[in-house]
Structure formats: structure tokens, C-alpha cells
Design a protein around this ligand. Structure first.
Ligand SMILES: Cc1cc2nc3c(=O)[nH]c(=O)nc-3n(C[C@H](O)[C@H](O)[C@H](O)COP(=O)(O)O)c2cc1C
Length: 406
């Protein structure tokens, strides 16, 4: 039973000496040469259906992430109302940043250059921290409509999309692209990368697999190096980085100085911080299971405030499922709660009665703030500091970090 997890302090984004560092695991003994020069830029990957604004908010509280890309916003033949952009990327209401202050770049997915350009122009009115374009989605429904990874068979269209979006938004807003190595094979990989570059993108993220490769390991980091040598646009390496050792190998094999982390960060939210610590020769604050419980409680409070009741338990269990890869305690918890579908019962099982009661009390407060009658309703979904959805003070100094004592 995890119900009696001890009062914890989580000092967000403030690396502190740790008694037991994840860097001490054998996997980090990998002896690849460290890349020289600046620390890598670390991006948090877009993951539709998994890494939405709530998990983005929680993961960026931990620290180590420089920038996020949102899950894709699908563009068909409509000019989307602003509220669609702010629903998927509510950070647009707070300077395009998470509560921890990390910039979020919304991602668009579509195949019609003109329509994407019109939507990008509207999105630009909301002052996003850039606009990313998706050329990697393998989903059949998306591909059937000529979106995502299938576009990698049409480098000219890739060029036209990036170019149209680039021209449609002010120069101060960066436009980037994310692609796989190809659709069925890699034969047009360089053509596509060069199309992205010629069209004026400022950055290219490469998920080092084709659509045909799916998510099956390995990721071909050496192929990212091939692209890097062919283009001048900064290239970000992505795919199959689960550990600090993977990250070092990926940086070494790709020659990149930027990484995008996806499932690895969901499984181990301390991964970005651990990597930074390794590359600077400092010690990383290990995120203990008790720290994780605080993060999960914070996340679940947001979920319960914003997600339909029937989906709430699933969201926490989905994250728990990923955490099993890094935390043995997550496996035990997952087995214990996987059949629970009621949010309150799940909360009690995961966090114990005292914390569950505190969460419920905060939920009541949030719901009151969100009700149409409340003067603060409009901003309740994304309040900076003092947000009752948070168990973690976003800007707390180390010794002020909130202690979960209930
Ligand atoms: C559930 C899920 C949803 C994803 N959604 C998106 C998306 O919306 N846009 C995108 O460009 N990539 C998406 N991806 C791909 C990831 O951004 C990333 O490229 C991929 O997971 C490989 O990186 P990783 O091994 O670090 O997870 C998704 C991946 C997963 C697993």
C-alpha cells in the first residue's frame, strides 16, 4: 500500500545533491566520448493522446527540458477558431509557456499548404513560441488523408508546406519541422530534409525510423548523421532514448547537439536532468518513487479538474504504465490499481486517504473557480503561481517547496 508515503519536498527545477543518483546505475557506465561544446538542448516530444498540456506541465516542473512541442493539431480544409488552438495548447494563454516557464511550440499536421498557412497565420496571432510541422505521424487515418509520414514520399509538397507556413507568419516566429527517415524506406530522406531547409525552417527534428519501422527498436541514429552532413539547418535527434547511456550514444552517433525525448521522459521524468548532470560531471537529483507520487498527485488533480470523469482514471494509469519501465514500485502499483475505474478510489489507492482528501478539497476549490459564475473562471484552467491545481509551487525556492503533509 502506498497510502502512507512520507511527506515529501519536491524542489522543482532546482537540482539538489541526491543520495542515490540514477547516474549510478550500471547503464550509465557506457564509455562513449562525450560530445564537446555546449550542453545539448533538450526538447520534450509531441505525443498525441499521452503527453498533453497537463503531463507537459507536470514533466516540465521537474526541470531539464528547454522546450516542448505540442501534440499535433490537425488541419483539414477549415480555418480553425482560436479556441481550438488554446484548447489543445492552453499554454498559449500564458505566453506559450508551461507553468514552469518552458516554451511550448504548437505543432500543425496537414497536407494543404494554403490551408496550413491560413491556420498558421491565425495561430501566430496567439504569439506561439514557434510553429512545428508534422511529417512523421504513422496513423492510418491521418495517412489516408495524405498527412504525416506519407508526405515524405512527396518532397516537393513538404517544401511547399513549410514554405507557405514560413511566409504566412512573422519572421520572429520560428517554423520547424519533424520528420521520420522516410515513409516506406529512406530513399527520399535527404530530398525531404533539403526541402525543409530550402523552405526556410529553422530546425529539423528527425525521429530516426521510417514509418514502416513503426516504433520497433532500434532507432537508426547514424542516419541522422547522414542528414546532418547534408544540410545546414540545425538537426535534433529523436527516437529510442530511454536512459542517459542511450542519450550519450545517440548524441555521439548522430553528431547532434540537441535531443528530443519522448517516451523516455514519460517513463523517467528525471531523465533530462540526469543527462545534464552527467554531461556537466555533477550529481543529478534522483527522482524517488515518493517524488513521483507527488508529481502524479499534481497531475491527477489537473486531470480531475479538466477531463471527463470516465477518462480520468485511464489517464493516470496510462502514465503509470510507462513508469513501470523505470520504477519497480510502478509495476506493483499498476497491478494493484489497473482494474479501478473510479477516480476517487484510484486516488485513495495511489496516494492514501489523507492525500486523496486534500486533492478532493482542492478539486472543489478549482471547480468553484471554473464555474461560469466565478470572476476568475476564464483563467482558472491555467493560473500561474498559486494555482490550486498544483501541489508544487512553480517558482518556489528550494526551502520553500511545498511539503505534502496531509
Ligand atoms: C503515443 C504517441 C503519440 C505521438 N504523437 C506525436 C505527435 O502528435 N506529433 C509528432 O510529431 N510525433 C508524435 N509521436 C512521435 C514522438 O514524438 C517521437 O518521435 C517518438 O515517440 C520517438 O521518440 P521516443 O522514442 O523518445 O518516444 C508520438 C509518439 C507516441 C508514442
Amino acid at each position: 500500500m502506498l497510502s502512507d508515503f512520507p511527506p515529501r519536498q519536491l524542489c522543482c527545477a532546482v537540482p539538489a545533491p541526491a543520495a542515490r543518483s540514477v547516474l549510478m546505475t550500471p547503464e550509465s557506465d557506457f564509455a562513449a566520448p562525450l560530445p564537446t561544446g555546449a550542453l545539448p538542448t533538450i526538447l520534450l516530444a509531441p505525443m498525441e493522446g499521452l503527453l498533453d498540456h497537463m503531463l507537459r506541465d507536470t514533466l516540465t516542473q521537474v526541470g531539464g527540458v528547454d522546450r516542448c512541442v505540442s501534440e499535433f493539431i490537425r488541419i483539414t480544409d477549415q480555418l480553425l477558431p482560436r479556441r481550438v488552438f488554446t484548447r489543445i495548447v492552453p499554454e498559449l494563454r500564458t505566453g506559450s509557456r508551461t507553468r514552469a516557464g518552458v516554451p511550448v511550440r504548437p505543432q500543425l499536421l496537414g497536407s494543404d499548404p494554403a490551408c496550413l498557412a491560413d491556420n498558421a497565420a491565425r495561430l501566430a496571432e496567439l504569439h506561439p513560441a514557434g510553429i512545428d510541422l508534422n511529417f512523421g505521424c504513422p496513423a492510418k487515418t491521418v495517412n489516408r488523408h495524405r498527412g504525416g509520414a506519407v508526405l515524405l514520399d512527396e518532397p516537393t509538397l513538404v517544401h511547399d508546406i513549410v514554405s507557405a507556413v514560413r511566409r504566412a507568419v512573422p519572421a520572429a516566429i520560428p517554423v520547424s519541422a519533424k520528420m521520420r527517415l522516410g515513409n516506406e524506406d529512406r530513399s527520399r530522406m535527404l530530398e525531404c530534409a533539403s526541402a525543409v531547409e530550402r523552405a526556410g525552417a529553422s530546425e529539423l527534428v528527425i525521429h530516426a525510423r521510417t514509418k514502416r519501422d513503426g516504433y520497433k527498436p532500434p532507432a537508426y541514429w547514424d542516419q541522422i548523421a547522414v542528414v546532418r552532413q547534408a544540410v545546414r539547418v540545425p538537426v535534433v535527434a529523436n527516437g529510442e532514448v530511454w536512459t542517459v547511456a542511450d542519450a550519450r550514444r545517440c548524441l555521439a552517433e548522430s553528431g547532434c547537439d540537441s535531443l528530443m525525448l519522448g517516451r523516455g521522459m514519460v517513463a523517467n521524468p528525471g531523465l533530462a536532468l540526469a543527462l545534464r548532470a552527467e554531461l556537466t560531471g555533477t550529481s543529478a537529483p534522483a527522482l524517488s518513487w515518493a517524488d513521483l507520487l507527488v508529481l502524479m498527485a499534481d497531475f491527477f488533480l489537473q486531470v480531475r479538474a479538466k477531463v471527463a470523469a470516465r477518462h480520468q482514471a485511464g489517464r493516470l494509469k496510462q502514465w503509470l504504465h510507462y513508469l513501470r519501465r523505470h520504477y519497480p514500485e510502478a509495476e506493483e502499483a499498476y497491478q494493484r490499481v489497473r482494474v479501478i475505474n473510479a477516480a476517487d478510489e484510484l486516488s485513495r489507492q495511489m496516494f492514501g486517504d489523507a492525500i486523496a482528501d486534500e486533492l478532493t478539497a482542492r478539486l472543489v476549490l478549482i471547480k468553484a473557480q471554473m464555474s461560469p459564475a466565478s470572476p476568475t473562471a476564464a483563467s482558472a484552467a491555467h493560473l500561474p503561481g498559486g494555482d490550486p491545481t498544483s501541489l508544487i509551487e512553480p517558482n518556489a525556492a528550494p526551502d520553500e517547496a511545498l511539503t505534502l503533509t496531509a
